[in-house]
Ligand binder design. Structure first.
Ligand code: EPZ
Length: 419
């Protein structure tokens, strides 16, 4: 079991480079299955989730190769011979469900273990299924699997998403790309990762308009060819390092970002008294010792991202005053709070709200990561705490953060990773 040990808080200083977006590369790897030739995806983050998606695509018969720098992946889907995903891989990563749309559209069938819930919520897939059945797929469920079949090509349809689900928007958009007729997705998710996926699909020959708005129009085409694509930078990794600079009273330049994607986090940090200078492809974050208490409410993009909720709560534990954090997207995304309280944080949970009484001193403790962003929040608290913080179960953290200990060490943090 690996762990991170953070000795004591120092103001972070220097420059850090952000990796490619995990939540962009995963749907893009799934979308490569739609093509009848090889794709090359660059600027990929070499994370466990990316390796699992690669294994999953391999298990279908496609060939997947990482470059020796591990930042480029080539995927050739021309030899796919199997449309059933193995339980042991899907069980590791819910995003495996994103191969359903491509397999259904291209091979007329897919059989995938129903992704279980995870630490943060039940994570249903009903909206994905609603889209596939609207396009003519037959759906059967049983023995923990969902099976979709289409006796003929999928037909374009108008689909209204009850909730602007990121995954459902992605899965339906991929299925619609290789179908007959027009599909309109209404109340679609508008996250930057949706736009990145649509850009890749269009490069493959898809006809998609409106990605990035709440209405996406897809005119199905007969075939899609492989394409080269460079993944957008990870806005959540970037936001996490912005908070790392803020919580340690540091001065950090964060390179390889799209400042526009960071707007909700930039706005909140400025409200908390943190200086954020936006440059073309970087942001420069400077903070003093006094952080102001601010209220946070998570919303679909361009609202404040749920994936940054835990990190901001960590920051608020050191703010002057009382702040309120409301989580509107997932039903159970405060598990890290108990761990923060073991470090001296003063937080009360009421349903989907957390009330935080800020105080300047956090004390290092032994804590464990319960999920990806919860783990990141504990790292941030450890960077600012007095004494030693030991974080176990860091495989959760390493699902979403490339080399987090080395990147933080390069900014002056006293952090080591131990097996
Ligand atoms: C994506 O998950 C991200 N994962 C999540 O990031 C992120 O938190 C989430 O979007 C919201 O931004 C990837 O992109 C791989 P949703 P996804 O479908 O697609 C409900 C991280 O930390 N819902 O937008 O699963 C669902 O219950 C991860 O990097 C349905 O009800 O999110 C939830 O309450 C965590 N029915 C809400 O929508 C459905 O069919 C948001 O889910 C689908 C979703």
């Amino acid at each position: 079991m690996s762990r991170l040990i953070i000795s004591y808080g120092v103001p972070l200083k220097g420059e850090v480079r952000i990796s490619g977006a995990k939540n962009s590369v995963l749907p893009i790897m799934a979308a490569s299955l739609l093509a009848d030739s090889q794709s090359i995806i660059e600027e990929i983050p070499y994370l466990n989730d990316v390796r699992v998606m690669g294994d999953l695509i391999n298990s279908l018969g496609a060939s997947v190769n990482f470059s020796n720098t591990k930042t480029t992946i080539s995927i050739n889907p021309s030899e796919i011979s199997n449309t059933t995903a193995p339980y042991e891989l899907v069980n590791k990563m819910r995003a495996s469900f994103l191969i359903m749309g491509p397999l259904l559209a291209k091979y007329g069938a897919a059989k995938i273990p129903l992704p279980g819930g995870c630490a943060i919520g039940s994570r249903p897939v009903d909206l994905h299924i609603k889209g596939f059945s609207a396009m003519g797929a037959e759906i059967t469920q049983g023995h923990g699997y969902i099976e979709v079949k289409a006796s003929s090509r999928l037909k374009g349809s108008k689909i209204y998403l009850d909730f602007p689900s990121v995954g459902a928007t992605e899965n339906i958009m991929m299925a619609a790309a290789l179908s007959d007729g027009q599909t309109i997705i209404e109340n679609a998710a508008i996250e930057p990762e949706i736009v990145d996926l649509a850009t890749y699909l269009v490069t493959m020959g898809a006809d998609i308009k409106g990605a990035g708005t709440d209405t996406i129009r897809i005119n199905g085409v007969d075939r899609l060819h492989g394409a080269n694509h460079t993944v957008i930078p990870d806005r959540i990794e970037a936001g996490t390092y912005m908070v790392a600079a803020a919580i340690t009273g540091g001065d950090v330049k964060i390179d390889n970002v799209v400042p526009d994607h960071l707007k909700p986090v930039t706005a909140k940090l400025r409200e908390a008294g943190v200086e954020v200078a936006e440059e073309l492809t970087s942001v420069h974050v400077k903070a003093g010792d006094n952080i102001k208490a601010v209220d946070i409410k998570t919303h679909p993009y361009p609202g404040f991202p749920t994936d940054m909720q835990a990190q901001m709560t960590s920051l608020m534990t050191r703010a002057e005053g009382t702040s309120m954090v409301i989580e509107t997207i997932f039903e159970n995304r405060f598990m890290y709070v108990n761990e923060l309280k073991r470090m001296g944080a003063n937080i009360k949970i009421e349903g989907r709200s957390a009330i935080i009484e800020g105080n300047p001193t956090l004390l290092g403790a032994q804590v464990k990561a319960t999920d990806l962003r919860a783990g990141a929040a504990l790292v941030l608290a450890g960077l600012a705490a007095e004494g030693i913080t030991e974080i176990t179960d860091i495989e959760h953290i390493e699902r979403g953060y490339v080399e987090i200990h080395n990147k933080l060490k390069s900014l002056g943090a006293k952090i080591v990773r131990e097996e």
